[in-house]
Design a protein around this ligand. Sequence first.
Ligand SMILES: Cc1cc2nc3c(=O)[nH]c(=O)nc-3n(C[C@H](O)[C@H](O)[C@H](O)COP(=O)(O)O)c2cc1C
Length: 678
Amino acid sequence: MADRKVDRLKKKISDLTPESVNEIKNFLNELKYQGFSDLREFIAHLESRDDLVRVQEEVDPELEVNAILDRLARNDGPAVLFENVKGSTLPILGNVFGAWRRVSWAFASEDFNQLVKKRSDSLATIVTGRNKDILLAAKSVGFFNKIRNLRKAMKATDWRKSYAELRESASMLPIQIPGKEVPCKEIILTGDDIDLNNFPLIKCWPQDGGKYMTLPLVITRDPETRGLNLGIYRMMQIDKDKLCIHWLPQKHGNRHYSKAEAVESEMDVVVAIGGDPALEMAGVFQLMPPVDEFMVAGMMKGSGIKYAIAEDSDLWIPAGAEIVFEGVVKPGERVDEGPFGEFNGFYSPVKQTPVFHVRKITMRKDAIWHAATTGMPITEIHYMSKAMERLATEMAKIFFPNLVDINLTYESGTLYTMVVSITKSRIYEAQEIMHFLWSFAAQSPYVTNLIVVDDSVDVHNLGEVFDAICRHARTDADFIITPRGLADLEKPTTSPRGVGARLGVDATEKWPEEGIREVPLDIVEPNSDIVRNIKTRWKEYGESIRDVAVRVNGTALTIIVSLKKQKAYEAKDVISYFREMTAGSNHGINVIVVDDDINVHDVFRIFWAVSVHVRPESDVYFPMRRVDDQQKGLYGFGMDATTKRRDEGMVRDVPDLIKMDKEIEEKVTRKWHRYGFR
Ligand SMILES: Cc1cc2nc3c(=O)[nH]c(=O)nc-3n(C[C@H](O)[C@H](O)[C@H](O)COP(=O)(O)O)c2cc1C
């Protein structure tokens, strides 16, 4: 494999382009390391790349650590090892995945995007059972029967390719290590020696309900099939030997628990801190059983993940783990969890979650604690989720070959707004992909807004995406609203029962059968009367409008208004106000209303507000403009992206936005250089 690549690179040397230079650099870097089996190896690698800072200054696990991690992740900062943690002898490692390059390195790669593409073949092999005939033949009973079937299968398939694929897949399968050889069993604690207070769980945000494990690898088995699952679900400490597990209903851990609960049985759970960084990253992948995280982590990394068996159950533990908590969850036992500062910028509501009883702790003598951070995007959890997006894109292509790319937008917390591009091959295919994606994986129904564009549009360039919406999406036909469905409970507009609406926008170019082909609208000139009129006249509305920005693209004009709402549904009045002001123009007019604490020029925050506050069934207003009587197309929309009140149909209060205490922020600013950061 390497030889072929070397030959190819040698050829390229005679004709060096910047891309080939990069490819050579990446290949040489990848040659230097073949992946990391635990955090120590990864720390050494990060240090060799000058991407880890050791902090000797004492830090407080209550708020200070997270304030630092949050700042580092927002500023493309390095990973950090806090060696002097108040109240604990264990160091805390953090911000490991708070930059895309480190996400890539975790898989022994220089570019995770390229890696996923490279590995998509192996994925297809697993998912489609491509080598099924050869495998079936190999399993036939009887020597002569086996030979005959193998010969038949080899003739029918490209067996050399199959053999190479199978060999590659096999080399990536997990490898079992004898229990006594794994360092995370150097110390074993039971009974009264179990005390979670000796570990540096962190309190992340001021209103959090308690101290948390923020990067636990929670491992369970399906009580029926015995299939294994590893997921990252935060855990809040409730006692010296108990934590609650925040696994959402759709997650595999919870599904396993429901099955155990249905037969009133306890369920074994192990929780690992640390391990092979590729396996830690795989904790965020949503996979469909029987494919599990150990397998996919190995496949992505290119070599098998090492595991051992837990002390008191048949659960696997990562051989590279730092600490393993073994225990059980009991049927029917729930306690309050939260609030917790979430990935969407809000505190999550308090929920009833099961209790994990720690019965045994096994750990290394010099164990390292590993913590991750989350909060208003973009922070560490969002980079981790982006890795899932890359993998999901390749998996979705197996089932929907016309799919080209996906952007699960950072702005929406990498959940609520997704953009997808397709190579359109038939009419209304955009709608097909919407339905496919909304049901593709356990997490997909929680995508609120799904925008489909043609493959000529770069899904990662939201300016281009917005242009496509303005040009090709007729609000009467291409804004498709599902008024009620499953929705994310953490989203402020979701009802307490977990119900919300979805919006699909078909922003692909329309075919004759689909209606309008040409956009019969006029181009907006940035200095035209209409633009000047809006900019000078908006103040006439009154005190509650604080600021207005006008964005012009092609035939569309988008007015962004920041509003200090004085009464229910005032945003609707504001939308009508601008609609009347622009009446008679032949453009697509959009009006987006946001709260007054949002800067009307901050495109990221506006996009965030639209993603978290707009209820598609009641906060999207059209028509803004009827164009051309013959074609009957409607372009332009109004969106109320302000925080919703109870008298606007909300059945619960919108939770508080996450905000760090001012004193902590000041302390961190003051000590920044003392910590050792540049
Ligand atoms: C740092 C971090 C924290 C997370 N916390 C939670 C959580 O508390 N609850 C949850 O259900 N998912 C959480 N997730 C997302 C899950 O790990 C992810 O959806 C994963 O696919 C779940 O595994 P499963 O599909 O096998 O259930 C978190 C992810 C990360 C990266």
